[in-house]
Design a protein around this ligand. Structure first.
Ligand code: ZN
Length: 194
């Protein structure tokens, strides 16, 4: 059975942001990080396990402890859950704050230096993770989904700026198109029915 991120990836590939691409990657940034890879138009599936545990590639030696038991996994730096928790701790917010209210708080505090530092660090690690995927898979496009899409206003512009600077990628001639999931959070449900 496919997990949520893989269902969402399949939906994006079939109906959404990745429809016109043959080689592409879907990355679901939410409570963790999951993803799927499409190669020559088909989902790339290993015989054993589900594969592409992108969230558990280590991007920092001896970094944050991950739920999987390893340290420094991509998702301990770039899941939306971790980002939210950092912001909540830094600004002393209620842990149960909704995404809508959190966005309002972020807007009010957009000049807060500590907040800017958290977001800058998030974008930095996200670009490192993306470049690792790009260097290995060489996709035509990467789509970002999950609850990341709710925070588009706060994160996307800064992400794009660093992404197109090509700082971390090996192949500086052809950067994959960077897309946002077109089907939003329903993608997982749609994908489960394909
Ligand atoms: Zn992990």
């Amino acid at each position: 059975m496919r997990n949520d991120a893989k269902c969402a990836g399949l939906a994006e590939k079939t109906y959404g942001s990745l429809k016109k691409y043959k080689d592409c990657v879907f990355l679901c940034l939410g409570t963790g990080i999951g993803g799927s890879v499409f190669y020559k138009g088909k989902e790339f599936k290993p015989y054993r396990n589900s594969g592409f545990e992108i969230g558990h590639m280590i991007i920092k030696s001896d970094g944050h402890l991950c739920n999987c038991g390893k340290k420094g996994c991509f998702e301990t730096y770039c899941s939306i859950k971790r980002l939210k928790n950092k912001i909540i701790n830094e600004l002393g917010l209620d842990k149960s704050i909704s995404a809508v209210d959190l966005l309002k708080v972020l807007d009010i505090n957009k000049n807060n230096e500590k907040l800017q530092k958290i977001i800058k660090e998030y974008i930095e690690y996200l670009n490192i993770g993306l470049s690792n995927i790009i260097d290995i898979v060489e996709p035509q496009a990467i789509a970002l989904g999950g609850s990341f899409v709710y925070f588009e206003k706060v994160l996307y512009e800064k992400l794009v700026e660093l992404y197109y600077s090509k700082r971390y990628v090996f192949n500086k001639k052809e950067l994959p198109d960077l897309k946002l999931a077109a089907l939003g959070n329903d993608a997982g449900i749609i994908g489960a029915t394909i």
